[in-house]
Design a protein around this ligand. Structure first.
Ligand code: KDO
Length: 335
């Protein structure tokens, strides 16, 4: 090759490298594994803060190896659309609910049913034991996402705009109770005796303020973090769902990792859920007092009446027809 030609070839390949560099994000240019997180959680809630724990934990165990990008307030993907985004390869991580899963894995609706999981400890035992292992395997196969750890979202309570005497489901008749917008969620709202109204989490505050809805249901820490107590007057302690979400990673991202990376990401997910679970449980125990100080009435209904009615509604529904034989009994027997 003559010298001018060699020089031109070298220059061309150097500019190709430069061009590639400018098309890549800084993290990609440094060969970091990019992990985009999307969640509807508000910054002050524990399941939002847990992602910083995840990121820090990974930075400690694998310095410079991962670039964890945290997007809160559903700013990257709308609530409930995260599993599809992960399956398409547009998102690596999220915390997905039993309701998100039940859309694609119908038998998972067992965990959307009210009064099935007894308490936070029962939840951890169920999902960290053989039942969880079986269910998560199906989730990975059918949804193309791999659950890594179980996060206690809290125990859901009914939170009303105006004070009402609520003892049994009949007392919620006609109440426009906001639920997230899928049929499994709406079914839970109807099972509680209310008129379920779909709305995304980010719109609930305004809905309560303006009166387009009469109430909403969420665990107490989320009522505090999203400031729903500012625009409501009562919390009815129905304790109808010991709610869980699952830190899950897209199979595309998971499959691209080596064994050491997988182990570190799993450990980080576990550290994040432990942080959330400990703090949320502690706060849940203190919040009744806080809400009373804020001027709310916190009332206790006939929880047995709610339990019996909600359980019967699920047992008689099409949901129960797809629950694998014996699964409910196994869940009940998990101690
Ligand atoms: C909600 O919209 O009520 C809900 O509690 C449902 C959960 O599955 C989860 O999406 C949660 O919102 C968000 O993370 C906001 O806390």
């Amino acid at each position: 090759m003559n010298i001018p030609l060699l020089r031109r070839t070298l220059l061309a390949s150097a500019s190709a490298v430069l061009l590639m560099g400018s098309l890549l994000s800084p993290a990609q240019a440094q060969n970091k594994v990019v992990l985009r997180v999307s969640t509807p959680a508000v910054p002050d809630d524990w399941h939002a803060k847990m992602w910083t724990v995840f990121k820090d934990n990974l930075e400690q165990s694998a310095p410079g190896e991962f670039d964890v990008q945290i997007n809160l307030n559903a700013s990257l993907f709308k609530q409930g659309t995260e599993p599809a985004a992960m399956a398409r390869g547009n998102l690596e991580l999220s915390s997905i609910s039993a309701f998100d899963i039940a859309k694609l894995v119908p038998e998972f609706s067992l965990f959307t049913a009210g009064y099935v999981i007894r308490d936070p400890a029962h939840q951890q035992k169920v999902f960290n034991g053989p039942i969880g292992a079986e269910m998560f395997k199906t989730v990975a196969e059918k949804m193309d996402v791999t659950p890594l750890s179980t996060v206690y979202l809290g125990t859901r309570q009914v939170n009303l705009r105006e004070v009402r005497n609520v003892k049994t489901p009949a007392d919620l008749k006609g109440v426009k109770l906001r639920m997230p917008g899928t049929k499994e969620w709406l079914f839970l709202g109807e099972a509680l005796g209310a008129t379920a109204t779909p709305l995304a989490f980010g719109e609930v505050y305004l809905g309560l303020k303006t009166g387009t809805i009469d109430g909403q249901d969420n665990p107490l820490p989320s009522v505090r973090a999203a400031k729903f107590y500012e625009v409501t007057k009562q919390i009815v302690m129905t304790s109808h769902l010991v709610d869980g979400i699952f830190i899950a990673i897209s199979n595309k991202a998971w499959g691209a990792m080596n064994a050491a990376q997988k182990q570190k990401v799993t450990a980080a997910a576990q550290a994040a859920s432990t942080y959330n679970n400990d703090n949320r449980l502690k706060e849940e125990g203190q919040l009744v007092e806080f809400f009373k100080q804020q001027g709310l009435q916190v009332t206790t209904p006939d929880v047995d009446a709610f339990r019996k009615s909600v359980q019967a509604t699920y047992q008689n529904s099409d949901y129960a027809k797809v629950w694998p034989k014996g699964l409910l009994e196994r869940v009940n027997q998990t101690k």
